[in-house]
Design a protein around this ligand. Sequence first.
Ligand code: FMN
Length: 191
Amino acid sequence: MAKPIRIALIHGSIREGRFCDTIVRWAAREIDNHDAFELDIVDPSPLFPPPTDEPPIESAAIDIQRRLHRADAFLVATPEYNHSFSAPLKHLLDSVYGVWQAKPVAFISYGGVSGGLRAVEQLRLVFAELHTATIRQVVSFPNAPEQFDQQGYPREPERAARNLAKLLAQLGWWAKALRQARQEEAYASVS
Ligand SMILES: Cc1cc2nc3c(=O)[nH]c(=O)nc-3n(C[C@H](O)[C@H](O)[C@H](O)COP(=O)(O)O)c2cc1C
């Protein structure tokens, strides 16, 4: 069997009580059904400890950097805040170096009426600067809390699973192609 594609599934919110947990848990359950993928859930929260705690920021950053470096592909679960993505997600993208280049990125978005799609469009610009390839297929949940039941399961599970499967097929295709390309020639030679 081919080596599994390592996906880093990234929390786009660190807010207390974040809906992001529901989205990430659902995506993780679905991805577990696909043999082609190996999942690592990356939560940027440790980069932002409460001010009273001893700040383990450096070790948290090193841990996150190492895990993102190992990933073949990224899947970002992003909310929309004021027509954009969250500041903590931007901080993650700005502060972790050397892990993004020549890898594909896909998005699951959620929020109010726009389903987080405006955040995704802005993230595409940022990820282009990081030398990544963003995937066309997006799984979007408008008015997200209405789309999930109390246990955190989508009210239309087949549709959500179908959309995610299409996203994973595209992400997997690009991840395989780019992994091969990185092995043949380090992207650093052209970046
Ligand atoms: C500061 C703030 C700004 C928001 N702005 C938007 C917005 O512009 N468009 C939208 O659709 N939803 C907006 N929302 C709704 C969020 O997308 C929604 O509450 C989402 O669940 C937030 O993600 P989280 O719970 O994982 O932090 C906003 C929420 C907050 C807290």
